[in-house]
Write a protein that binds this ligand. Sequence first.
Ligand code: SF4
Ligand code: F3S
Ligand code: FES
Length: 253
Amino acid sequence: MATPTLEKVDSAAQEASPYITVVFRIRRFNPEVSAEATWQDFAVEIDPKERVLDGLHKIKWDQDGSLTFRRSCAHGICGSDAMRINGKNRLACKTLIKDINPSKPITVEPIKGLTVLKDLVVDMEPFFQAYRDVMPFLITKGNEPTRERLQSAEDRERFDDTTKCILCAACTSSCPVFWNDGQYFGPAAIVNAHRFIFDSRDEAGEQRLEILNDKDGVWRCRTTFNCTDACPRGIEVTKAIQEVKRALITRRF
Ligand code: SF4
Ligand code: F3S
Ligand code: FES
């Protein structure tokens, strides 16, 4: 059998290379340099099976160390890398290049409705304040158990969907009501209130409902469904909001 030449091996390797050149068009903002945000293009060699987060890492590590974005787990768990990719809120670590048409520039912007601090990093404090306001923890009235609090499988199922939230803010920052003035509690806070309101072990459902009965609470939701479309955990966000509205009317939960 003929031994392959080095040139043939090189060219075969090149043909097999999965890498393509993709343009990342990133919204840049540095308040120390300019009051205006600008778009900047970066060409990146990347395997289409890699994720947008991998592309951002390649840019930061090889081309421009000043590019600023949040990420931690890189596996869809921590919720820190929600951003607007090709005009839609997504987690950069869960978005494959091949799924978002890499033949065109991929636009990457910060999520909307929250103040941009630098590049893709926004001030999450108003988002977390709304989360804290709904008291997202189990509240009982002094009946400390001597063993675990029992709950039927059926009762647990009642709020299973809303336990999946990772507080990424993709929902709240895709909601046009929240964009308008930022005062609306937002879908993520309501999802996390739902998680406790419908928990049979919790005893502060009425209090949470009153908090959400506020002028900036659930009644501001116009059932736009952007939040449900944006949720990377597949939570039925709008349905949860509707259930909270219904509980406010019937006081049954
Ligand atoms: Fe993110 Fe979904 Fe939770 Fe909203 S409900 S914060 S989109 S995980
Ligand atoms: Fe906003 Fe979702 Fe309601 S996008 S208007 S919170 S259904
Ligand atoms: Fe943690 Fe994407 S980096 S969810």
